[in-house]
Design a protein around this ligand. Structure first.
Ligand code: FES
Length: 180
């Protein structure tokens, strides 16, 4: 199952903290100003544009969010609300290596908490943190859709199943040996 896939998929799978893919921050459906054709797709257009920015830059730079808010005629606070609602969005640059641990129920009962602790010890960072040297970012999601194979870890877009602390340490060592 260690199949290379796009990180985007993993992010979308857990991108909103396990909520439905259709879930949006409360009040977001009111973003569309009456009669404004540019926003008649409402929240979907805002989110798509933010996804494009995230893909292009690896995170959502503040200046570009302000530009987007101005262009779509949406209050900047609403844009920030969307950015902070979805885990797939990041307001800070991510590390060169992205480690995503599934902490959904099935993975949790199979020991995913021990994986979080393993990274705390090995890298000195917890979920939603980036190492000071900019090499690693750790994030957790609530289900990656492969519960029977858990715990699941996604390292730089590559899925790993039945992960335990020893296997995770070996994966991190492999990244260390890359020297990146
Ligand atoms: S709970 Fe981890 S893949 Fe579903």
């Amino acid at each position: 199952m260690e199949t290379k896939i796009r990180t985007e998929h993993a992010e979308k799978a857990g991108g909103n903290n396990g909520r439905s893919a259709l879930a949006t921050p409360s009040g977001l459906s009111t973003l569309t100003p009456a009669g404004d054709q540019r926003l008649n797709r409402g929240p979907a257009e805002l989110i798509e544009r933010m996804q494009d920015l995230q893909e292009a830059h690896g995170f959502l730079p503040e200046t570009l969010l302000r530009d987007l808010a101005r262009e779509l005629e949406v209050a900047p606070i609403e844009v920030y609300r969307v950015a902070s609602f979805y885990r797939a969005f990041s307001l800070k640059p991510k590390g060169r290596h992205l480690i995503t641990l599934c902490n959904g129920t099935a993975c949790h009962v199979r020991g995913s908490s021990a994986l979080v602790e393993t990274l705390r010890v090995q890298l000195g960072i917890g979920p939603r943190q980036t190492s000071e040297d900019g090499r690693f970012t750790v994030q957790t999601v609530n289900c990656l859709g492969a519960c029977a194979l858990g715990p699941i870890a996604v390292v730089d877009g590559q899925y790993h199943h039945h992960v335990n602390p020893a296997k995770l340490r070996a994966l991190i060592r492999g990244l260390d040996e890359d020297g990146e």
